[in-house]
Design a protein. Structure first.
Ligand code: NAD
Ligand code: TDX
Length: 332
């Protein structure tokens, strides 16, 4: 049983990862419990893990925890594009400086690292092509969020080449599933309808995302940890592309509302048009394929989860919508 240090393990993807990882590993979670982190996400495995409340920007703490680990799985990040547009500072602190401290510690103790990243580092694809990002696509980030994640990827690559640390990177497409914060498109839309409101679509809603279930993302991460080649990058994506308008219409339909029951609001500045990945390398080398290939059915399960877990999201919903309203009026 190897010892895993999971940064950001109280967030959406990290918590789903930890809930499964405890079957095979001794897990320590390091999480700052920002607005996006929630100890309740780890309640099902609370007795099976060590939880450390702390910041990856705290070099001494990171050093002590990495020293005791065999593997670090680095999920911790500020993750929301809209927040990064309003205040980029925490994105630089956590995503860039925090990753630097993780890298320095794994270098010191020769600990294996897997760095979790995003397809947003590649910028946007045009709408009218079938082109997809590959591991060779040039980095071209648009937002402070994606630029900070791109910076963290570059740091990991540099530490791998210059210092020979044992690291891998994955860049995944948009995730959905249980425990996702209500600021993100899918949970925001679902919880807005469940509370009697109308979902907000930015601009005309033609922007396309590739929706990958969080369990498929984490399955890919497990395979990379087990069989991935050190120094390599793997792209992860389900192939399930949908426009934001389509996603919103499907949520409304699955909740028994008219498909046009949403509002179009001011567009996100610098809004990337389309993301789509080629995960051929992951599929060929590591035998990965997504299990959730029926997006509507995955969405229906996700809707059921949010229906059943209103106490989990009710408070965050109010705070999130207040923040969106304040941001919107600051912009107009
Ligand atoms: P999230 O915002 O739900 O969770 C982030 C977690 O990190 C939270 O628990 C938070 O408390 C913690 N955290 C933030 N700053 C920290 C700090 N300084 N020190 C310690 N912990 C800190 O994010 P998520 O959606 O679960 O994303 C996890 C990772 O996956 C991120 O690296 C993100 O860039 C990447 N990613 C996300 C998606 C997606 O669709 N959500 C897709 C591809 C990649
Ligand atoms: O209310 C909304 N209305 C809307 O039209 C919200 C919250 C979003 N949108 C649009 C913006 C995007 O085109 O929906 C799309 C998805 O938005 P988000 O859920 O904010 O995700 P995105 O910006 O695509 O980034 C996500 O995927 C990549 C994650 O937040 C990142 O952490 C990940 O790296």
């Amino acid at each position: 049983m190897s010892r895993l240090l999971v940064t950001g393990g109280a967030g959406f993807i990290g918590a789903n990862f930890v809930q499964r990882a405890v079957r095979d590993h001794r897990v320590t979670v390091l999480d700052a419990l920002t607005y996006a982190g929630d100890r309740r996400n780890l309640a099902p495995v609370a007795d099976d893990i060590e939880f450390v409340h702390g910041d990856i920007g705290d070099a001494e703490l990171v050093d002590r925890l990495v020293k005791q680990a065999d593997v670090v799985v680095h999920f911790a990040a500020e993750s929301h594009v809209d927040n990064s547009l309003g205040d980029p500072a925490p994105f630089i602190w956590t995503n860039v400086v925090g990753t630097f401290h993780v890298l320095e510690a794994v270098r010191r103790y020769d600990v294996r690292l897997h760095h979790i990243s995003t397809d947003e580092v590649f910028g946007a694809l045009p709408l009218d092509t079938t082109s997809r990002f590959t591991e060779e696509t040039r980095y071209d980030p648009s937002s402070p969020y994606s630029a900070s994640k791109a910076s963290s990827d570059h740091l990991v690559r540099a530490w791998t080449r210059s210092y020979g640390i044992a690291a891998t990177i994955s860049n995944c497409a948009n995730n959905y599933g249980p425990y996702q914060h209500v600021e993100k498109l899918i949970p925001r839309g679902i919880t807005t309808v469940l509370t009697g409101g109308r979902p907000k679509v930015y601009g005309t809603g033609v922007n396309v995302r590739e929706w990958t279930h969080v369990d498929d993302h984490n399955d890919a991460v497990r395979r990379i940890l087990r069989d991935g080649r050190i120094g390599e990058t793997y792209l992860i994506g389900s192939g399930q592309e949908r426009s934001n308008k389509q996603v919103t219409e499907t949520i409304l339909r699955l909740l028994g509302k008219p498909a046009d029951g949403y509002d179009q609001v001011a567009d996100r500045p610098g809004h990337d048009l389309r993301y789509a990945t080629s995960s051929d390398k992951l599929r060929t080398e590591l035998g990965w394929s997504p299990r959730h290939v029926d997006f509507d059915s995955g969405l229906a399960d996700t809707i059921a989860w949010y229906r059943e877990h209103e106490p989990w999201w009710a408070e965050a919903k109010v705070a999130t919508e207040q923040k969106y309203a304040a941001d919107q009026s600051a912009r107009s």
